[in-house]
Design a protein around this ligand. Sequence first.
Ligand SMILES: C[S@@+](CC[C@H](N)C(=O)[O-])C[C@H]1O[C@@H](n2cnc3c(N)ncnc32)[C@H](O)[C@@H]1O
Length: 367
Amino acid sequence: MNLSPALEKAYTKERLSAREAQEKAEWIAFGPIVFQASRLMIKFGILEMLRNSDQGMTQEEIVRETKLSPYAVKVLLEAGLCIGTVLVDTESDRFSLSKTGWFLLNDPATRVNVDFNHDVNYEGWFRLEESLKEGRPAGLEHFGDWPTVYEGLSQLPPQVQKSWFGFDHFYSDSSFQQALEIVFQRNTRTLLDVGGNTGRWALRCVDFNPDVQVTIMDLPQQLEMMREFTKGKNGYERIGVYGINLLDNASGFPTDRHYDAIWMSQFLDCFGEDEIFSILSRAAKIMDADTRLYIMETFWDRQRFEPAAFCLTMISLYFTAIANGNSKMYHSDDMAAIVRRAGLEVETIHDGLGQGHSIMVCKICDK
Ligand SMILES: C[S@@+](CC[C@H](N)C(=O)[O-])C[C@H]1O[C@@H](n2cnc3c(N)ncnc32)[C@H](O)[C@@H]1O
């Protein structure tokens, strides 16, 4: 298995002492409550008030500020000490924020992940076992009876929608500027944005390049949301739509014009390997030697830092239990193999965009 140097170091040898390993095992055993207690310490404002206090705070002061009972504050603070989000001064009995608590509170990626895991995933992950055995997103059922989360996106409860889009946008938005430079290095006048979602990338394209025409291809219900979101924004009149369900193998890519670029950002991870093969094969049918297909993904094996690979392999299990039951965050070698099977070849890979995206630039195989 190919791995980035940091991951190779982390995943090929045992690094923990027996004591550390035992501690980690207990963390796993109590993982759900470590998560919930920490999330509530954010929600109740406890971590924020500790961050803002110069001298730290006593338990009584926290009770006064939060209006929670002394019991509630006590169990949270004691758990926080052992989780490592807060510290205590044993002389004054004043609590303060630890480094971990600071990151939990202030790191934007962590906050997005906390909201996503609580609002979208937490209850559904209880049904991971069924999902793994049956290859279907059993955890999606408590939101609705759609076959995949994508059909239901526009109907999810507002808070769930907010966390889902917050998560999705956070990751892709931070890569768009570098991605624009890469895509528009070539003369790109027509771009097909496959799985264009709310149109954020399309808006960036029409803003970046005054000549480009963008077509967003997505599920029809998603396109309605996109229209609302993009209406009146700069260049929106150069954004067209093409409604499609790509799980229907008979649905082809648009042939109304030649596309210089086909863009798939955080899109192929929504599909299983056979489905990706089918989608890429259909894309290949409208490509010629001048077309480039850009696949922007967070490949877990290409991450420079271990926590990023950790997040991605955990997010794979959101796809298992909630999204669709058969997709994941891919290893880049697995994706490249499907690209080749579909009659394409990887021309270059750009790494290290935004929060750990790579762009695989593909062209029609000329052999
Ligand atoms: C994770 S979002 C990616 C959004 C966007 N490209 C980005 O980078 O933020 C995946 C998109 O694929 C669309 N999608 C999922 N399944 C689809 C299907 N079967 N046919 C067409 N589009 C689909 C979803 O509606 C959603 O807009």
